[in-house]
Design a protein around this ligand. Sequence first.
Ligand SMILES: NC(=O)c1ccc[n+]([C@@H]2O[C@H](COP(=O)([O-])OP(=O)(O)OC[C@H]3O[C@@H](n4cnc5c(N)ncnc54)[C@H](O)[C@@H]3O)[C@@H](O)[C@H]2O)c1
Length: 253
Amino acid sequence: MDFKNKTVVITGGGKGIGEACAKVFYDDGANVAILDKDEPAQLYNDNRWFEVQCDVADEAQVKEAVAKVMGHFGAIHYLVNNAGIQRYGTVTDTTVDEWDIVMNVNLKSYFLCAKHIIPQIQSAGGGVVVNVASVQAFVSQRNVAAYTTAKTAILGLTRSIAIDFAPSVRCVAVCPGTIDTPMVRKSFSMSPDPEAVLQECIDMHPIGRIGTPVDVAEVVKFVCDDKAGFITGQYIRVDGGLGITINGSKKAD
Ligand SMILES: NC(=O)c1ccc[n+]([C@@H]2O[C@H](COP(=O)([O-])OP(=O)(O)OC[C@H]3O[C@@H](n4cnc5c(N)ncnc54)[C@H](O)[C@@H]3O)[C@@H](O)[C@H]2O)c1
């Protein structure tokens, strides 16, 4: 795929799935802009690689970051809404502050970035918004009430963007299963036996492993390509089959 002279904005591109997305687009010639709350790591010292420190849940910071990206690259063609956080809790033990932070980062930021970047995509002649959701838009673990609610809502946002801005802007949700990123490693580390939790996760995926960030990034890049030009308003699960069986990949004894 050739993304030469095309600009992609990736939220949460400093680590994990977002970082992998940034690298695969960069390798195919794109101009890459990363919006991340962490300090820029400046992975490549190249004019095609541009990092802006930004809390994407804050509208003023998003507006300022978009202005910086426009100042640097002059146009935006693709937005990958990816920044996300994981918090644990049922509806009775999640505090209102925790609920709000999960909604703000995992859902409101997708709205804010779409709101301020879609007009730029339209001015550039059209493009694609990819929303990274989760298999938790369809099936849920225990104890993740706010997270699974936000991820489910992203599917509605994806449909709305797809309908409201067709045909010049397509919008697709990509829904990962368990992917080996700092977010997941942190979750594993909360257990007294992280290796056992990893094995449990592997057993839930019929493909026999958890995913890599690149597994997701390649699909994100594909849906942005013109070859995927007839796909809009849809979700694509990149989940190694998680959720298609009753007992995961465990073979009967
Ligand atoms: N890893 C998985 O198993 C998995 C599964 C399904 C969905 N997802 C989703 O994929 C996306 C990426 O997850 P990941 O596992 O790579 O996470 P990660 O924690 O490894 O990386 C997330 C990145 O987002 C950034 N970020 C967080 N809050 C931000 C904010 N307010 N503003 C700007 N940047 C912010 C972080 O600094 C970090 O660089 C998330 O939306 C997550 O919910 C992950």
